[in-house]
Design a protein around this ligand. Structure first.
Ligand code: 13P
Length: 341
């Protein structure tokens, strides 16, 4: 276990003004995204799409690391450079999603649990050899009538802690991602209460499993209103609720917190991150977005090589906006200026 390496990795992941690109969509999720723009989801199209993202000019000014799916870590650019090596050469750290996706939780209708701990130790050693320096495990917490249950919070936190221990033994920094879904019609207040219980349980389990908190990154969701709630909490309220719950639960020892976008609009994901960073949080707080970084680029790309420059421009713009938000320096006018340009 190389703690010096993990310290360097964690610090670089949350370097000022930089964040993560989550490009670790499984083949199934990728199909959903590609279907929306009528692109066939085959291996070559997935490769070409990721190459478009990774070769975007100046992207390393805004992106410190990329979360990859297993298939992508083994793929290469058109001219034969392995993606992991390509990213590293450009000052971007390759990471790897290692959970095996979510399944229905037995005996717990409406709740999910993540698979993937079996043989994870040997897989992790291989990922290190392939160049991955951080990993991600996503757990899903659903808000509804009578859920989440204690059983669901405990089972997911336990898996996240066991995964983290396996990562650290292989000198890989674990990202722990307990995603509280925004599906449903709950209030932002209820979301805050569920985040509180989720994060308390997670950090208790991490301590129980002897995970080194100095070498863990939290990937958090935000305390937004359920997407079917007609009364949506404003940006400032979401930012205050989210920061309050993090301050109550996340140890100061953590090197940083990153956020998922979770189905928020692109501009809301940026505005919320910006508002939180204007409140002087005790840790570096930045983005680890998939949809909120990629959606505009995917729409511009549509599987056509000729659209690559337009898609890269769209991706670079969202990365720059979120980089500003990570410093609390974003302004809505910057979005309008870009549209006019
Ligand atoms: P979104 O930003 O689209 O929520 O994806 C982030 C992620 O990595 C989900 O696991």
């Amino acid at each position: 276990m190389d703690t010096k390496l993990m310290t360097e990795t964690a610090r670089a992941m949350v370097a000022r003004g930089k964040g993560l690109l989550a490009a670790d969509e499984s083949a199934g999720t990728c199909k959903k995204r590609f279907d929306s723009v009528s692109v066939e989801c085959n291996e070559e199209n997935r490769r070409a799409y990721r190459e478009m993202l990774f070769t975007t000019p100046k992207i390393s000014d805004y992106v410190s690391g990329v979360i990859l799916f297993d298939e992508t870590l083994r793929q290469s650019t058109k001219d034969g450079t392995n993606f992991g090596a390509y990213l590293q050469k450009n000052g971007i750290i390759p990471g790897i999603k290692v959970d095996g996706g979510v399944i229905d939780m037995p005996l717990h209708p409406g709740e999910k649990v993540s698979e993937g701990l079996d043989k994870l130790q040997s897989r992790m050693a291989e990922y290190f050899k392939l160049g991955a320096r951080f990993a991600k495990w996503r757990a899903v917490i659903t808000i509804g009538d009578g859920i989440p249950t204690r059983a669901c919070l405990d089972a997911n936190a336990h898996a996240l802690a066991r995964y983290s221990a396996i990562c650290q033994e292989a000198s890989i920094v674990p990202i722990v991602e307990p995603e509280v879904l925004l599906d449903g019609n709950h209030s932002a207040e209820r979301s805050e209460a569920v985040h509180l219980a989720t994060l308390e349980t997670l950090f208790h389990e991490l301590a129980t499993q002897d995970v080194s908190l100095e070498h863990v990154i939290l990937k958090a969701s935000m305390c937004v209103s359920g997407k079917d709630n007609p009364k949506q909490a404003p940006v400032q309220e979401v930012a205050e609720r989210t920061l309050r719950v993090l301050k109550r639960t996340v140890p100061a020892a953590l090197p940083g917190v990153v956020f998922l976008s979770g189905g928020q609009t692109d501009e809301n994901a940026t505005a919320h991150l910006d508002a939180m960073n204007r409140m002087s949080p005790p840790w570096p707080m930045t983005f680890s977005y998939s949809r909120a970084l990629q959606a505009v680029a995917l729409k511009a790309w549509r599987g056509q090589a000729g659209n690559v420059p337009a898609a890269q421009k769209a991706f670079q713009h969202r990365a720059r906006m979120n980089s500003l938000a990570a410093k609390g320096e974003w302004k809505p006018e910057l979005e309008k200026q870009a549209l006019a340009a």
